[in-house]
Design a protein around this ligand. Sequence first.
Ligand code: 6PG
Length: 244
Amino acid sequence: MVYGLNREVRRFADLNELSASAAEDINRLIVRAVRLKSRFSLALSGGTTPRLLYRILGTTYRDKIPWKAVHFFWGDERYVPHDDKDSNYHMAKESLLEIIPVPVENVHPIPTTYAEPAEAAELYEKELRKFFDTTGDTFDLVLLGMGKEGHTASLFPESPALAETNRWALAVEVAANPPKRITLTYPVLNRADAVYFLISGQEKAEAIARVFDTSTYSHSCPAKGVNPSNGKVVWWIDSSIPDF
Ligand code: 6PG
């Protein structure tokens, strides 16, 4: 179902079915992109929802996806050590990266060891700009989640980061634990070829309704502001979310 503004909604019975379908779709995207341009850039989401998807990609598709051509990035990171249980890198490493044959140089974690998070954000932005050079496009696929109040990555409601028009990565303090984060911004997210939101849990229903409500604004529901100018947005939603 397409909701204008190139937003598509795909509904599934539960998170298991959603994750299995998303894994197959991502497999197809990667195989096609690697055949055409020999590489695929994927920005991973944190949180808990994508964990099962990552596990399926790392097991069912371990020997099907050309992992040596896939480059992993993150949409945001908590400013904690990479071996911390709250680290998005740690979650992806455990559920996917350590079970697939991906070259270490293809994994681009957001640094979290600098005294100043702003320095880490600047360095990550430099890495992103170098990887994507000047083509204008960025990620082949960005995976995102959404909090119950409408945040995505670490872009939270009313955050000054929502008004950023140049920087691709910023250090932010958010109303969640841990509070110090590095987040990608709309300028880089909205140059992606595709963005997949993975949404499960009835606590997200109100925020989803606001995303698709034409009378609301992205500053109060940041997930609404992710609309790549030359890309597509697909909302992968399970049946715990009532119709909107
Ligand atoms: C993070 C994520 C964040 C997440 C949402 C949903 O660092 O926490 O990037 O944006 O996607 O908070 O999280 P759940 O999947 O756990 O509901």
